[in-house]
Ligand binder design. Structure first.
Ligand code: NZQ
Ligand code: ZN
Length: 386
């Protein structure tokens, strides 16, 4: 096992009817900016619960943060923060609203030239404006980590940012919010969380027995509840297990002491930036090709995953490893998620070259757990995913 340090300061408030706890979690004297997305919270009762809990606080609102939070829109929110002298941010939404809020938390205290530098120059955020979240969509784990991904339509870029100053102070996780989530977003959430685990697991054995079993148990739980959550999102047992699995998949715990990959996300983000494909779907497009291309270096973990998660007991290590890739792709397909780029766009020719060129320009010359996935290899993987 590798050496590691682990600190996660986010307070999780989990369970039925927990949104009312906002009243005591946000300091009474705070001037709050309530941030939300396209309006789902106004249809499903979450907005009313938030407003009622904050009835004695000073609250200003900023809605309209789109899926794949857009820089230009967030810059309008930043102006509100400055003009209104906001002191506390509250994200009420999925990964996009939470990520947008993290960007604002950082940008509000940033004294450089342009807040875009935080993303383009990978400036770590040591201290941000305090914020909390009410999670409305289990998927990204953003509610309990310190990362964010921001999109800029103008340049067709989607870049990541983060730092120890960007953990939410608290996150409220009421699994009842799942009831109103459309199936498309539910299956996205399952696929995203599942791939988060894969990115932190599908590398090479390092003797981290507990981390492996944490990872496998999250994937097993997601597989177990997936169909139930889709069939009946009001089923609290499935909803609560789904929600907690998504948070645990990317709150930092399972990646401690082990090598991690994240190349699927790096390539996937480009597909969202170029074509607007939902984040989770880009991962389902790239992952099978990525694992096939890197078969030799990943096959031991692929085989272990096949045995422990998919109960594949027959065959050689190679047979099991190959079965693991097929099972994974079939799982995504069963959820209704297409796994080829051509299923999403007719304009895919040239995409692999474009992504490879971008990675070269950004100096991303060696991705993956061995830092040897060079842009020419990225090009081959993306082509395999056409
Ligand atoms: O905008 P509204 O109207 O609220 O509707 C949203 C949105 O259209 C809707 N929704 C959310 N909760 C709902 C609901 N509809 C009905 N009932 C509810 N309770 O769902 C749609 C998608 O929301 P979004 O926040 O975009 O989805 P998700 O949580 O999947 O977030 C995706 C974003 O997170 C980033 C992705 O790149 C993408 O930009 N990620 C963030 C990560 C992180 N910070 O750690 C890691 C991930 O790998 C990912 O990159
Ligand atoms: Zn993801």
């Amino acid at each position: 096992m590798n050496n590691f340090e682990f600190k996660n300061p986010t307070k999780i408030i989990f369970g039925k009817n927990t949104i009312e706890k906002l009243t005591t979690e946000i300091p009474q004297e705070a001037k709050v900016l309530l941030l939300y997305g396209g309006g789902s919270i106004k249809k499903n009762g979450i907005y009313e619960q938030v407003k009622s809990a904050l009835s004695k606080h000073t609250v200003i609102e900023f809605g309209g943060i789109p899926a794949n939070p857009e820089y230009a829109i967030l810059m309008k929110a930043l102006k509100v923060i400055k003009d209104e002298k906001i002191t506390y941010l509250l994200a009420v939404g999925g990964g996009s609203v939470i990520d947008g809020t993290k960007f604002l938390s950082s940008a509000a205290l940033f004294d450089g030239d342009s807040p875009w530098d935080i993303l383009s120059k990978s400036i770590r955020t040591e201290t941000g404006m305090p914020f909390g979240t009410v999670l409305t969509l289990p998927a990204t784990g953003s509610e309990m980590n310190s990362g964010a991904v921001i999109t800029r339509e103008e340049t067709k870029e989607k870049l990541a940012m983060g730092g120890p100053g960007l953990f939410p102070q608290f996150s409220i996780l009421d699994p009842q919010v799942i009831a109103s989530i459309p199936e498309r977003q539910l299956v996205n959430g399952i696929t995203d969380a599942f791939t988060h685990v894969l990115e932190q697991y599908m590398t090479y054995p390092i003797g981290a027995l507990l981390q492996d079993r944490f990872a496998e148990s999250i994937m097993q739980t997601l597989i177990e509840v997936a169909a139930k959550v889709i069939k009946d999102p009001t089923d609290y047992k499935s909803a609560s297990n789904f929600m907690w699995s998504c948070t645990m998949a990317l709150n930092g715990l399972i990646q401690k002491g082990v090598p991690t990959d994240w190349a699927v996300h790096a390539m996937g983000h480009e597909l969202t930036a170029l074509f607007g494909i939902d984040h989770a779907r880009t991962l389902a497009v790239i992952a099978p090709s990525h694992y096939k291309f890197n078969f030799e270096t990943k096959k031991e973990k692929l085989a272990q995953y096949a045995e422990r998660v998919w109960n594949v007991t027959e065959g050689t290590t190679d047979d099991k490893a190959y079965a693991a890739i097929e099972k994974t792709e079939a799982f995504f397909n069963e959820l209704g998620i297409d796994t080829k780029l051509s299923d999403y766009t007719k304009d895919y020719e040239g995409t692999a070259e474009k992504i490879s060129k971008r990675f070269t320009e950004r100096g991303w010359l060696g991705l993956g757990e061995h830092q040897n996935l060079s842009p020419d290899k990225v090009e081959k993987i993306v082509k395999m995913a056409y």
